[in-house]
Each structure stands twice: as C-alpha cells, then as structure tokens.
Design a protein around this ligand. Structure first.
Ligand code: FCB
Length: 473
C-alpha cells in the first residue's frame, strides 16, 4: 500500500498553493479552429522523422472542446491553481496585428469556468508555440520577435488581467533557444551557433518587455519559469569538476545571472562574454530590462544530471557554447528511472533549492515549482482507475523534498504537478504519459488515475490541518 502520510501535509506552510499544469500545444487540439494560425510545432510535427510516430497536435486531448470536463476534473481534484498556457497563434494567427476575438473568447470561457470552480488561473504566455509566420521572419534569432511578444502579451493581459492573478512570461527558455536552434530536438529544429545565442538573449529581452506589459496591466504576480538543473560532477577529478561548472553555466547561470543579477555569467569569459554579451544583438539597457524585479521564480524540475568531461566535438565555438558538448551526462546507478529514462533522485530537488538560496540570498524571489512529475509505463485503466504507484511515490517524495527545502529556509510558495492529464510530449509524441488523468487517445475519454486520488487526498489533508480539522478527504 502506498504510504499517504509523507510528506506530512502540515510541513508545508499555510497558504501553500497546490496546482496542476498543462500547456496549450500539448492538450488543446482544435488546430484549425477559431482562427488559429500555425505554430512552429505544427510545422515540426509535419516534418518527417522529427516527432515519434509522426504524431501531431491537431487533436491532442481535444481540450479546446472538452475544457468544461477538464475544469470539472480540476474542481474535483481540489487544486488551488491551474497553470495553462495561451497559444500565441490562437490570439494572433501570424504573430502580429489585433487580437483574434475567437481566440480571446476561448480563454475567457476557460478563465471564467476555472473561477466558477474555485480554481485560480495561472497563465503562461509562451510555452514554445511560436507563430510560424514569426519563425519565417527570423524567429527568436531576431529582436523583432521579442517586440511582437510584448505586443501579444499586452493583448492577452488586456483581456485576462482582471481575472488572472499569476502570470509566467516564458516557459523554459533554455529549451526554446538551445533545443530549438542548436540541438534540433525541438521546433524549429536547427543546429546553429551564434543565432542560438541570439535567441537566448532575445527570449530574455522578450521576457523583460512582457514583464513591462504585465506591470502596465496591473497584474498581481508576474514571473518566469526556468528548467534549472541540479548538476554534480561524476568524480572529484578536476576535469569533471570543471565540466560540471561549464554545464551549470550553460543550463542555469546563463538565465539566473541576467535575471537576478543583471549580468551574464563571467565564469566563461572566453565564451559567454564574447559570444552572448558583446555581439550585435546586445543593446545598452538590455540587462537592466531583463533584471527587472520578479514576484516569483518558477522552477520546473524532474531529474538531476551527473556529468563528466568530454572532448570537443564542435568546430563552431558559438555552437559549442550554445549546446556545450564538452560535458556529457553519465548514468546514475542504483536509482529508479522513469519511462523517460530519467533518474529519480528527490533529494536533488531539495539540494537545488537550498543551493539557489545560498547563491542568490535576498536576490532570489519566492519560488513556485511550476512543474514536477513523472512519465510512467502505466497499465491500462481497469475498474475506472489506473494503478500508478510509481507516480504517487515520485510526487510524494518530491513534495517531501520541497517541504525539507521550506524547513531549511527556502521560500517556496507552491507546487504544480505535471501534468493534469496525459498529453503530447513534444518530440516523443503521445508515447509518454505524465498525467494524473489517463487519456484514451482513441475515444479521448479521461480516467483519473490513483495518483489523482492520492493528490486530491493530500490537498484535502493539508487544508484540514491548516484549518484545524482532520480533513483526510
Ligand atoms: C518540460 C516542459 C513540459 C513537459 C515536461 C515533461 O520541459 O515544460 O511541457 O513536456 O517537460
């Protein structure tokens, strides 16, 4: 039997936000409906060999039509907050011009439905679905895209800011810049050097401009979500230690340093400083714009990395920096791995949070875990549920790690489980299931898994403890 008692819900502070998360392209479908334009992921899915099984987001979970059912699932789950993303090409089919009223209408209905259900909406403005028309004019390689992003943010905020308290500008810009423009694993799927570094910078500029638009709209809380990595060297040898430092720079510091300290990392003066901080795409005042105060930092966390030194494999210094291959991940022995092949080491989440606090002190804003969860080879639904004990253990142990970080002084305000439902897992198509709710892709039927019921009870117990009854739900 799964132990439902850990983490003791009372060890998380009163007011701690329990949530669940999704993203537009992964669940919505309705690709050609409501005036939606194409995104880079529509194009990528149609490029042979890019997405497993040739899967697309055309129908996905059909959330575009079934959102009332999904809101009912959230209400029943009892989450305080639901993190979803707005699809940019639903609001502006070609990435510029006035807001598409039908696109805004969809999100208005979603937000109103959530509020009626007692669930606070949390909006991510960019979860990777760039309008294809903007990619055609340079994508994130060019500064204009950051300016378009600010205009789009203004349109969405004008429509929703009165009812949406929590806003996230970008989701995991590391993936957008480097998996998209340097590693070709994500859309648009190219392998470039300097343009990928320009993309990183322009994403941060886009974040800064969007933050200004959100402030102008008077939103309660605005932040950004990063996928920060807990990176340790494979050995105590100096080459591996140095490789781990390089990995931390490329994965974490290139985002946290400009955002939280207004500077690019200086540990690699011959690479980042030369390549990202000085070239044509950097303008005076950018770092000031990028480092405007955040109300919170969103962190997505799944698994740690253990790295060792590797030989140079890239002649282009910029590409080598963007997709640093002077380090490589080594297997983590002796721990369970999820269906993604990701090692499960909950302590690493605690260590990441505590280290961040040590590193940034007062410069670290309150933190939300904006994603955490596991893909598992779930059995088929039986008797109206899915027995997914490994997912329960994963969620339980990571929440316990968050609780320990809070006890150690890190101001973590909330936790969003990834994901509310099984969905389109990017280059893996529909082959990986992260949901608390099972989705049958033939019938689109939703079946809450055991982990959904476990999370529901955990939330109810937390409320009960906080409000002084036993509340075991
Ligand atoms: C994150 C993404 C999210 C989901 C999870 C598994 O990197 O933000 O959309 O795919 O990984």
């Amino acid at each position: 039997m799964t132990d439902f008692s850990s983490p003791p819900p009372g060890s998380l502070p009163p007011g701690f936000v329990f949530g669940a998360a999704t993203a537009a392209f992964q669940i919505e479908g309705g690709a050609d409906e409501g005036g939606r334009g194409a995104s880079i992921w529509d194009t990528f899915c149609r490029t042979p060999g890019r997405v497993l099984g040739g899967d697309t987001g055309d129908e996905a979970c059909d959330h575009f039509h079934r959102y009332p059912e999904d809101i009912a699932l959230l209400r029943e789950l009892g989450v305080d907050s639901y993190r979803f993303s707005v699809s940019w090409p639903r609001i502006q089919a070609t990435g510029s011009g006035p807001a598409n009223a039908r696109g805004i209408g969809f999100y208005n209905r979603l937000v109103d439905g959530l509020l009626d259900a007692g669930v606070e909406p949390a909006v991510t403005l960019y979860h990777w679905d760039l309008p294809q028309a903007l990619e055609d004019t340079g994508g994130w390689r060019v500064r204009e895209t950051a300016e378009r992003f600010a205009e789009y943010t203004h349109l969405v905020a004008a429509a929703l800011a009165d009812r949406v308290p929590r806003w996230i500008t970008l989701n995991e810009p590391w993936c957008s810049a480097f998996l998209g423009y340097a590693d070709d694993h994500h859309a648009p799927g190219t392998r470039e050097g300097t343009p990928a570094l320009a993309a990183a910078h322009h994403l941060l500029v886009g974040h800064g401009l969007a933050l200004q638009a959100l402030r102008a709209a008077g939103v309660r809380e605005a932040g950004i979500t990063l996928n920060l990595d807990r990176i340790t060297p494979a050995s105590a040898g100096p080459r591996d230690v140095e490789a781990a430092l390089r990995a931390r720079t490329q994965r974490n510091l290139v985002w946290t340093e400009p955002l939280l300290r207004g500077r690019y990392p200086d540990s690699e003066s011959d690479t980042w400083e030369d390549l990202i901080a000085r070239p044509d795409f950097r303008r005076d005042g950018d770092l000031q714009l990028i480092s405007a105060p955040l109300d919170f930092l969103g962190i997505n966390y799944y698994t740690p990395s253990v790295v060792r030194a590797a030989p140079y494999r890239e002649a282009d210094a910029a590409l080598r920096t963007a997709m640093d291959n002077r380090f490589e991940a080594v297997p983590v022995p002796g721990v369970r791995h999820t269906a993604m092949g990701w090692p499960v080491v909950p302590d690493s989440l605690h260590d990441l949070l505590v280290t961040l606090k040590e590193q940034y002190g007062a410069a670290l804003p309150p933190v939300f875990l904006t994603e955490n969860g596991s893909a598992e080879d779930d059995p088929a639904p039986v008797g109206g549920t899915v027995h997914d004990e490994p997912r329960i253990a994963y969620l339980r142990d990571h929440l316990a790690a968050v609780a320990r970080a809070v006890a150690d002084g890190v101001d973590v305000r909330g936790y969003y489980a990834w994901s509310l439902m099984d969905n389109f897992e990017w280059a893996y198509g529909y082959s990986k299931r992260f949901g608390l709710v099972h989705v049958d892709y033939d019938t689109l039927r939703r079946t809450p898994k055991d982990s959904y019921h476990w999370y529901r009870r955990l939330i109810a117990a937390h409320r009960g403890l906080v409000h002084g009854s036993d509340g075991t739900g």
